[in-house]
Design a protein around this ligand. Structure first.
Ligand SMILES: Cc1cc2nc3c(=O)[nH]c(=O)nc-3n(C[C@H](O)[C@H](O)[C@H](O)COP(=O)(O)OP(=O)(O)OC[C@H]3O[C@@H](n4cnc5c(N)ncnc54)[C@H](O)[C@@H]3O)c2cc1C
Ligand SMILES: *[C@@H]1O[C@H](CO)[C@@H](O)[C@H](O)[C@H]1NC(C)=O
Ligand SMILES: *[C@@H]1O[C@H](CO)[C@@H](O)[C@H](O)[C@H]1NC(C)=O
Ligand SMILES: *[C@@H]1O[C@H](CO)[C@@H](O)[C@H](O)[C@H]1NC(C)=O
Length: 374
């Protein structure tokens, strides 16, 4: 017989350990021992992901499936910060993109492998192909073996007064993701500028817009040569009924009476359309891309190689809007997943100091796991 105090203290000791271990297990899927027990001798994370929106989150998920640890940096400025309802992503029709990101974050957090840092990365340095350092706006530094750039890009709005105030409410940049909601409109205008300044592209947009509005006018904003070139193409296509208006637009304003948008021209006249179609040009934020020496194309997107979206800099991958002419969520998710797989293939198994993962070794860990599961 042990004295009562000794039995009591064992009981307390066991309850405490059991409590602590069950705390550790709470977030562990399928009751596996949590991965936070894995050593981090070098303090170097497997992958640093710059940008925690659709592309970055998808990359993190693929990497977590290979048990890599990841830090995702995000400063909450996704391209669709208006959070207009999402389309063309099966099962998420007309739902909020920020809800999708929140759900994805929860999934990733439950793996125990992904850390989220709400900070802008202001500087990135490469030491060698498997060692990168990122500095946040707070001055804090992180090191990782590989880098996934998923920072999206910024719009470069045309220089038309009132444009920014009406985007995206009355100016639709993509008629697949938004357009259906405007079906049956009386009239629409297509602004042939930026990406749509190529006559064949402008002609396609006019045809697209006419699926959602009875009458479509193409505006070339003072460019008479472009108006002629587009007119030739439209005639060839048998779309000669489309009117082309080459006048210079001096202002765009919301029209609350007609629930449309009014264009004011340099000749002093106005016209009101139900909606306008125009995709602003995009530009890449300076900084990271230049610091790493990433190659970009004429559109300002990062150049990558299919199918894993490696950049010209070994160890650096890029996915999503920042590296893609098709700037939509399914493409960002697809590229993020492929980049994640490419990065995982460049990383060794996550060894601990003892050259074997403690979670897979026997001994005390297994005993504790079995004891907890029992
Ligand atoms: C109005 C509008 C409506 C849209 N609707 C749809 C739709 O219905 N369906 C669809 O498929 N697509 C839609 N899109 C396109 C879609 O939003 C983008 O294709 C998608 O967001 C791209 O994802 P991404 O992860 O590449 O970039 P983003 O979503 O732009 O995210 C990039 C992230 O990186 C972060 N970041 C950038 N730089 C740094 C840094 N230095 N440090 C830390 N973090 C950084 C930003 O804060 C941001 O969160 C829409 C776009 C707009 C503008
Ligand atoms: C490891 O990284 C953390 C988080 O960035 C940092 O606070 C800590 O000082 C680092 N430790 C060592 C030993 O480098
Ligand atoms: C479309 O244009 C035609 C020809 O100009 C016009 O008769 C018709 O009223 C217009 N439709 C709408 C809905 O504005
Ligand atoms: C609003 O649209 C209507 C209908 O096209 C038009 O008559 C009116 O002038 C417009 N209002 C403004 C302020 O432009």
């Amino acid at each position: 017989m042990f004295p009562l105090e000794s039995r009591l203290s064992s009981l307390i000791w066991f309850s405490l350990s059991a409590f602590l271990l069950s705390l550790l297990l709470i977030n562990s899927p399928e009751g596996r021992l949590p991965l936070i027990l894995v050593d981090h001798p070098d303090n170097i994370t497997d992958v640093l992901i710059l940008g925690g929106s659709h592309a970055g989150l998808s990359g993190a998920l693929t990497l977590a499936r290979h048990q890599h640890d990841i830090i995702v940096f995000d400063d909450s400025k996704p391209r669709n910060w208006w959070n207009t309802p999402m389309h063309v992503l099966p099962t998420w029709e007309h739902r909020s993109p920020s809800d999708l990101r929140r759900t994805s974050r929860r999934e990733l957090q439950s793996t125990g492998l992904v850390t989220f840092v709400e900070e802008k990365i202001v500087k990135v340095e490469k030491e060698h192909d498997s060692l990168f350092h990122a500095t946040g706006s707070s001055g804090k530094k992180w090191s990782g073996k590989k880098l996934l750039v998923a920072i999206g890009n910024e719009f470069d709005y045309p220089d038309i007064p009132g444009y920014k105030d009406n985007f995206p409410d009355k100016i639709l940049h993509c008629l697949f993701t938004r357009g259906f909601e405007f079906r049956g409109s009386a009239s629409a205008g297509v602004i042939a500028a930026d990406l749509a300044s190529s006559p064949p592209h402008a002609a396609i947009l006019v045809e697209d817009a006419s699926k959602f509005a009875e009458n479509v006018t193409l505006y070339t904003n003072g460019d008479h040569e472009l108006a002629k070139a587009i007119s030739t193409i439209l005639v060839q296509k048998g779309e000669s009924h489309i009117s082309i208006d080459p006048r210079k637009i001096i202002r765009l304003a919301k029209n609350t009476t007609s629930n449309g948008i009014t264009l004011s021209f340099s000749d002093g006249n106005d016209r009101t359309e139900s909606f306008l179609v125009h995709q602003p040009a995009t530009k890449m934020a300076e900084g990271i891309v230049g610091e790493l020496g990433l190659e970009t194309n004429a559109r300002g997107d990062i150049v990558t190689k299919m199918p894993f979206y490696q950049t010209n800099v070994p160890g650096v991958f890029a996915a999503g809007d920042s590296a893609n002419p098709f700037k939509n969520i399914p493409s960002a998710i697809f590229q993020g997943a492929n980049a994640g797989a490419g990065i995982a293939r460049e990383l060794p198994r996550r060894f601990t100091r003892h050259s074997t993962n403690r979670l897979q070794s026997g001994g005390l860990t297994t005993w504790f796991t079995n004891w907890i599961r029992a």
